[in-house]
Design a protein around this ligand. Structure first.
Ligand SMILES: [Zn+2]
Length: 337
């Protein structure tokens, strides 16, 4: 894969006891150093106007001034320093690079993956939250739509948390499909099956809130039986993966049980769907707080694009999750299984 990376993202200093640290990127880089076929690409920071295409001008200015004044606690979880402004613009710029590269034809072993931080999927139009300031995946989707490079973009969020920000930004839009598998009841508490979009966006939000303890089989089943048919019907030009690795069984902040191999399975699911719909693929880093599991997860996605074949899940999906997927199918007019 091609990895978008910039040292500017290391300067977003969240302090000594925060889970979202620059060590995450360092761990990913160490893991990738042992792998074959890894390429790094630096990309310019996003323009302020590109970020303001999905965020309110007043919020963007407020965040700028907050950083200029030295930063501090935006909220109890979300902290910034002076350098966070440049890091946030750079993380958005790396995501934008990934979307453009994918639409420019970079696929297979050249598939782009942006390794930016701060992460993005909790950032809403007018506020930062959950360690996120600019919604990197949303900025990328909007940028390629505004430039006429894509008409329809799907964003699949496999981070263990629901990407409330991405959902909100595109909730009434018919040209961006947002879909998430997340742990039910975890921060920020959104992402119910019934949240399906509104107005022109009715049907273009699809949530699968799995029960705590869900593993590889539940994720693959949710993707194959709910997400894939809905995305196929939507028929995107670009498929962005909001790739967090905090659903891993050894991640310190969730109770999900996805294995490292599970990320290979999900990557294959994405590859198969995008082959069927002829969509370009771009990855954008979100969360993941166990340094070893984060680094192994990213490396496993890379290896899958490098030709490694994923194993099958070693168990069946949980009955309750099968019922949940039935509910999702019903909410999206996909018929009974
Ligand atoms: Zn997360």
């Amino acid at each position: 894969m091609q990895f978008g990376y910039s040292e500017t993202c290391l300067d977003h200093d969240t302090g000594p006891r925060h889970p979202e640290t620059a060590d995450r990127l360092r761990a990913i880089r160490r893991g990738l150093a042992k792998r074959h076929g890894v390429e790094y690409v630096d990309a310019p920071p996003a323009e302020k106007s590109t970020v303001a295409a999905v965020h309110d001008d007043s919020y963007v200015d407020e965040f700028h001034d907050f950083c200029s004044d030295g930063g501090g606690n935006w909220d109890p979880d979300t902290v910034a320093v002076e350098a966070s402004w440049d890091a946030a613009l750079t993380a958005a710029g790396l995501a934008e690079w990934a979307a453009r590269a994918a639409l420019d034809g970079d696929d297979g072993r050249d598939t782009p993956f942006s390794l930016g931080r701060p992460p993005g999927h909790h950032a809403v139009e007018d506020d930062a939250m959950g360690f996120c300031f600019f919604n990197n995946a949303a900025v990328a989707a909007q940028a390629v739509i505004d430039d006429g490079l894509a008409e329809r973009v799907a964003i699949f969020d496999w981070d263990v948390h629901h990407g409330n920000g991405t959902q909100d930004i595109f909730y009434d839009r018919g040209d961006v499909f947002y879909t998430s598998i997340h742990e039910d009841g975890l921060y920020p508490g959104t992402g119910e099956v019934e949240e399906t979009g509104e107005g022109d966006g009715e049907g273009s939000t699809l949530n699968v809130p799995l029960r705590a303890g869900a593993g590889d089989a539940d994720y693959v089943y949710s993707f194959d039986e709910a997400i894939a048919p809905a995305v196929e019907r939507f028929d995107p030009d670009l498929f962005i993966v909001s790739a967090g690795f905090d659903a891993h069984r050894h991640d310190p902040i969730s109770r999900m049980r996805v294995s490292t191999e599970g990320y290979a399975m999900l990557t294959e699911c994405v590859q198969d769907l995008c082959a069927a719909t002829d969509a370009a693929i771009a990855f954008v880093l979100e969360g993941g707080y166990g340094l070893d599991t984060l680094s192994e997860g990213v490396a496993t996605v890379h290896e899958t694009f490098d030709g490694r074949i994923a194993m099958d899940p070693d168990e069946d999906p949980d009955e309750k999750n099968v019922e949940l997927v039935d509910d999702v199918r019903a909410a999206h007019g996909l018929g009974a299984k």
